[in-house]
Write a protein that binds this ligand. Structure first.
Ligand code: ATP
Length: 819
């Protein structure tokens, strides 16, 4: 199974082809073991059920001690039942046969701990197998505490993944077992010490099959990613089990398993320290498509609902991005220059964004309670405020009130537009969040009214003065009109309102002065016109990071927490607390966890090369005290300014220590496809090395020329590929052609998927059609890297269809892909 092994030395997969019957006999041996495992699992299920029953009885006793003990028992039993009842394909998937260890010590899982063999484990070229371990998705101990199955994440399982013929340690034979439910279907062996004649129980150690990795890689792909637990490679295992300290950074080209490794690492961290990580791992993925593709992997590893996997456009609650900005706009919105614009916008928005509801109308002047003071109404005479783009849509129906009148000490006192502006500017001084400055602004208003009413001069005795002032304040602030004035003059702004007010080009120009040029300002304002005055409307992926930044800049005033709704299950035994799967689906729980938490214990960033500086700030806020795993490939970056993004990444991670890993083997693309993609890599990132493809199919990519008639050519090619491969066919088109391309393949069934070039990130298909490479490359400044991504999605077949701009040669090879 070991591909890296193959890069060191050819793996022996059996001294000779196995004699008839050996495979069946070996399958039978593993079947016996699996039967034993299931018998033991059934015993454990009975035990768990007994515990639950017993716990319920104890619950009736009712003393605090009995209740606590009951809860603990219910919890343990519940966890057991949940895990044991989940039927996995290949619950048991591996086995290693080991030489005697050096120190003869056993670990808590019942296996010998030593990695190296004892000095006398090998005599000449002969050795006896001293220990056999089976590896599976969870650990199972026999009644006498001997290990029937070792959890794949346990230290004792590490040699299954790490042993190579160069450094085999104690491992003589590694076996991958294929099973479904309770039935063993096949075995594939790697012999790691082919020079030895090894015996097991006195008989020769049989070796069966051609290696598990190739079998796994050759399988047809579906619309969901599979786990790789039975064939993790040594360099991948180093990453998965790396200590969780600080930041683990992983780079590697397309298909090197970065996504797979990141997800397995999440499962590993939970196994290592569940208390620390349960519910506190966030995986940030670039697109909802990749989330949907990968979200089944963790449950297949036995981790249900503990990890929140979210697309970068869905990280802010209540803001689901459903559009992409055109590249020029994305470039502006993603840039860290936006921070300066947003800082000005949150302060400037107060000047023109009313609460978005009807303007505050002055009421008739009420009499002051003690006859000394009355409020003449909070006036909303509305400055022009508003939109400036003349369509009357934006900025609220009126601007903030520009006058405040009260009657105090028998006289009318007024604060005019200039006074209010001065007070606002004073209140806004500094960098504190705007929504938190309202109390300060209110105090400044009262100071100004008091002073204008001549308050300070009326009292010489400081005590009397303080009393009078306090009565003055109370009288004013208890008037509804004053409160209405405050709401209109200093509304609590929402991030969406501020974003919407940036759609007004003139106002945006004030916020973006000396940061964006006029063209950029125009583009940005125009792109935000999809939103109404309250900011409702379709959001782009890049808007979401802006909203998150705005939320921080605005600040959220403290609000009382909503009490938890009554749940009839509360009256029962507390089971729903301890066994969340029973009352919530996996997805619901993950979403709830994501909503409840903004600060995670571990953050995993997939396709990290694509995060813009503003997105790094957003993700960084979710992992201020976290440890991190960051996986990516600079050669696949669709962001135009990688240096700027790297600086933002450094800022998000701070001074944390970083450990770097590099993955070097491409498990997805056959060599023929990888070779073609490497030509674009050489143009996109001269000098960057491609990962070595681990297999070859002997089928070279096809080229076809479609010119302007793309539709029929794509359809015909898709039909051809559907017949050629068993699984999925991906059609990757320039972003602007997505809608028409769906029409081209309509009716061909759900094995065919159309994707915009930016959506192909992280996904894979048995066959891929890349449509009009030149158009994809011209779409954005990072277009060549986006094309590189498109060309590296196929596991079996690739067809490149030239469009009008491709300038194909006589063989149909487009300009960009020629030598
Ligand atoms: N050790 C392995 N055993 C079996 N399959 C593997 C192994 N490592 C990777 N693969 C398979 O290779 C394919 C590529 O893996 P993955 O998507 O994780 O790569 P990636 O580095 O994230 O790629 P990209 O950068 O292109 O998104 C997947 O189908 C994955 O299951």
């Amino acid at each position: 199974m070991a591909a890296q092994n193959a890069t060191h030395a050819q793996v022996a997969t059996g001294p000779q082809s196995e004699p008839d019957g050996v495979r069946d006999r070996e399958i039978g041996t593993e079947q016996q073991h699996l039967d034993r495992v299931y018998r033991r699992l059934e015993e454990k299920i009975h035990e768990a059920e007994f515990l639950m029953d017993d716990a319920a009885k104890r619950g009736q006793v009712g003393t605090p001690g009995a209740l606590a003990e009951r809860d603990a028992q219910v919890f343990r039993a519940g966890v057991h039942l949940n895990r044991l009842n989940s039927e996995f394909e290949d619950f048991l998937f591996g086995r290693i046969d080991l030489l005697l260890g050096k120190d003869g010590k056993k670990g808590p899982d019942g296996a010998y701990t030593s990695v190296e063999p004892a000095d006398d484990a090998v005599r000449g070229d002969r050795a006896e197998i001293a220990e056999t371990l089976h590896i599976g998705r969870i650990g199972v101990l026999d009644a006498d505490y001997s290990p029937l199955v070792i959890d794949w994440r346990a230290p004792a399982a590490a040699p299954f993944y790490r042993a190579t013929p160069v450094a085999p340690g104690r491992v003589v034979r590694r076996r991958v077992i294929r099973s479904k439910g309770r039935r063993v279907l096949g075995v594939e062996d790697d012999l790691l010490r082919p020079e030895l004649t090894a015996t097991l129980g006195g008989s020769a150690l049989p070796v069966v099959g051609d290696g598990a990795l190739m079998a796994a890689l050759g399988q047809a792909r579906s619309h969901t990613m599979r786990d790789i637990v039975s064939s993790i490679q040594a360099e991948q295992d180093m990453v998965i089990r790396a200590p969780a300290a600080s930041v683990t950074e992983v780079e590697g080209g397309p298909g090197t398993g970065k996504t797979a490794v990141a997800l397995h690492r999440a499962a590993y961290l939970l196994y290592q320290d569940r208390r620390r990580y349960a519910g506190g791992i966030l995986v940030v993925s670039p697109t909802p498509l990749l989330v949907a593709y990968t979200e089944g992997v963790l449950p297949s590893l036995g981790e249900e609902g503990q990890v929140a996997i979210r697309a970068v456009g869905s990280l802010v609650d209540g803001a689901e991005a459903d559009t992409y900005d055109e590249p020029a706009v994305a470039r502006i919105k993603g840039s860290s220059r936006m921070l300066k614009v947003l800082r000005k916008a949150v302060r400037g928005a107060l000047e023109g964004t009313g609460p978005g509801t009807a303007p505050v109308r002055p009421s008739a002047a009420p009499a002051g309670e003690d006859g000394q003071l009355s409020l003449d109404g909070a006036l909303a005479e509305g400055n022009a405020g508003g939109n400036g783009n003349g369509d009357g849509r934006r900025g609220g129906p009126a601007g903030p009130p520009d006058r405040l009148r009260v009657v105090a000490f028998g006289a009318r006192i007024e604060l005019g537009a200039e006074d209010l502006k001065r007070i606002r500017n004073t209140a806004l001084g500094g960098t504190a969040p705007v929504n938190l400055l309202r109390p300060r602004a209110r105090r400044l208003i009262l100071d100004a009214l008091w002073s204008r009413a001549g308050g300070p001069k009326r009292y010489t005795d400081p005590e009397l003065a303080a009393e009078a002032r306090s009565a003055f304040d109370e009288d004013i602030t208890t008037e509804d009109d004053f409160l209405a004035f405050l709401d209109a003059w200093w509304p609590e702004l929402t991030p969406r309102q501020v974003l919407a007010c940036m759609a007004d080009e003139k106002r945006l120009a004030r916020f973006s002065r000396r940061v964006l040029n006029p063209r950029e300002t125009r583009l940005l304002a125009r792109s935000l016109r999809r939103l109404d005055a309250a900011g409702r409307g379709p959001l782009s992926v890049h808007d979401v990071a802006l909203l998150d930044e705005l939320e921080t800049l605005l600040g959220a005033p403290a609000r009382p927490k909503k009490p938890r709704e009554y749940d009839p299950l509360d009256a029962l035994t507390g089971l729903e607390e301890l066994m969340p799967q029973r009352s919530e689906s996996r997805r619901e729980r993950a979403e709830r966890l994501a909503e409840e938490r903004r600060d995670y214990a571990h953050v995993i960033v997939d396709e990290a090369q694509d995060l813009t500086p503003m997105q790094w700030r957003m993700v960084g806020r979710r992992g201020r005290t976290a440890t991190w795993t960051i996986v990516g490939d600079p050669a696949q970056s669709s962001w135009s300014d990688p240096d700027e993004a790297a600086a933002a990444r450094d800022e998000a991670l701070g001074a944390r220590r970083r450990t770097r890993f590099r993955l070097t083997v491409n498990y997805r693309n056959p060599a023929e496809i990888a070779e073609l993609a490497a030509k674009v890599l050489a143009l996109a990132m001269p000098g960057m090395e491609s990962p070595a493809a681990v297999r070859s199919t002997g089928v070279v990519p096809r080229f076809a020329v479609a010119g302007a008639a793309l539709g029929p050519a794509v359809r015909a090619e898709a039909e051809h590929l559907l017949a050629d491969v068993e699984g999925t066919v991906g059609v990757v088109v320039p972003m602007g052609r997505r809608a028409e391309a769906r029409g081209w393949v309509a009716g061909l069934g759900d094995r065919v998927v159309v994707l915009g070039s930016l959506e192909a990130k992280g996904l894979e298909y048995d066959a891929t059609i890349v449509v009009s490479p030149a158009e994809i490359a011209d779409e954005s400044p990072a277009g060549l890297r986006v094309l590189y991504v498109a060309l590296t999605r196929a596991t079996q077949r690739l067809t490149v269809l030239s469009g009008e701009r491709d300038d194909p040669d006589a063989d149909g090879v487009p300009d960009l892909l020629r030598d």
